[in-house]
Structure formats: C-alpha cells, structure tokens
Design a protein around this ligand. Structure first.
Ligand code: CA
Length: 232
C-alpha cells in the first residue's frame, strides 16, 4: 500500500525578528606611538616662561626708575662738571652724592645761588631750564643752611624762593608741597600783603632765621634753585 503524503499549510503570525546577537566590542589594544617630543621639552618651555616673566619684571622696574628720576637726569644733561662726596652722614647709603660744580649740597639737595637777577617768573623758568626749581624750604635745618649760604654774598640782599601766592594770602610752593604757616620763616611784620606782593624772597641782612619777605614778583632779584642730588 502506497503511503499518502499529507501536506499542511502552516502560517506563523507575529514572526519575531531574528535575534540579534550582541557581540562585545573588541577591546582595542593600546597602541604604542613613538615619542614625538623629548621629555625635557616641557621643562624647557617652563624655564623659558620663567625667564620671560623675570625679564618683564626687570623692564617694569627699570621703566619705573627711569621715570621717577626725571629731575636728576635733566640736571645731569645740563652740567658736565660735578663735585661728589662719599655718602650722607647718618645714612646707610653707599656711593657718591653729587652736585654740579658751583652748586652747594645739603642733605639730598643741590642749591644754586645765582650771581644775576631776574623777576620771579623768569627766575622759576631759569631754574626749571637747569633741571631744578626755585627752592622749596621743607625744614628748619634747610632754612638754617640757606641763611648761612646767602651770607657769603653780602652784596646780594634778596633771593627769590619757590613760595608764591595765586591770591592774596594763599601761599603755595612751586612743587605743590603744602604750605605750613607754622613752619614758615617770615620776618617780623611779614607777609605785609602789599599790592602785587605775591612772591617771596629771603632777605640776607636779616640776623634772625625769620628772613622771608613778600615781594612784588616783577622786581628783579637773585634766586636760589634746588635740585635733588645725584647719587652714583
Ligand atoms: Ca627743599
């Protein structure tokens, strides 16, 4: 008997997709790149940066010093002959303190007592032109020194100093040092405040330390210029 072949139709619904087998990513083996720069290069760069910073600091300091000493430099450009002495008494400074030949030194300043006369404005301009200014008297010691110096020239009676008044009675120093009436050395009865008496002179024949007189600034007088001494 011949066997029958039976066929059946089979339908699969909701066929599930073929399962995806996740294969773990292949772990990369570390690659060995050859060294592209020498090991000392970062050190060299750090050292160079340090040197650049150091150079900048030096430049800033030199620039600062250069500008802070404008007045002595202006004085230096004006004079070729200088007189120096070694250091200042009661000071730790070493080296030499110098003033132009013919000027007199007291503490850290140099003073020029003029042999010629000018009005007050011209006197101030003349001092400025030499890298100095009309003298600013900051202490009793400075007043004593100047009062002695002017006695060396008895024929010169009046010396302009750097004290003037913009308005009646409003005295001020040429370098903006605050005017202190208790540290002023007015002669008795001065300042008398006459018309146009808006500048100040030291009156040489006065025997006491109080030898300032207010003066008309149009009058021609001798002058005392002051500059910072140059230290080398
Ligand atoms: Ca002074």
């Amino acid at each position: 008997m011949a066997s029958e072949i039976t066929y059946a139709e089979v339908k699969f619904k909701n066929e599930s997709p073929a399962p995806v087998v996740k294969v773990p990513p292949e772990t990369k083996k570390p690659e060995h790149h050859p060294q592209k720069y020498p090991l000392w290069l970062p050190w060299l760069i750090s050292l160079l940066l340090l040197l650049v910073c150091f150079a900048l600091v030096v430049i800033i300091l030199v620039f600062h010093f250069w500008h802070s000493s404008d007045q002595p430099r202006a004085l230096q450009q004006q004079f070729s002959e200088w007189k120096c002495d070694s250091g200042l008494p009661q000071s730790t400074d070493r080296g030499w303190t110098c003033c132009p030949e013919g000027w007199r030194r007291f503490q850290r300043s140099c003073y020029f007592l003029s042999p010629d006369t000018m009005n007050w404005v011209e006197s101030e301009q003349n001092c400025t032109g030499m890298g100095s200014q009309l003298v600013v008297i900051n202490s009793k010691a400075e007043q004593e020194f100047l009062s002695k110096q002017i006695k060396r020239y008895p024929q010169r009676e009046y010396f302009y100093i750097g004290l003037f008044a913009d308005k009646e009675g409003q005295w001020q120093w040429v370098d903006k040092t605050p005017y202190n009436v208790t540290a002023a050395f007015w002669r008795e009865g001065e300042p008398s405040g006459g018309v146009g008496e808006d500048s100040t002179v030291i009156y040489s024949p006065e025997k006491t330390l109080n030898n300032w007189i207010d003066s008309k600034s149009i009058l021609t007088r001798y002058r005392i210029c002051e500059a910072a001494a140059v230290t080398v």
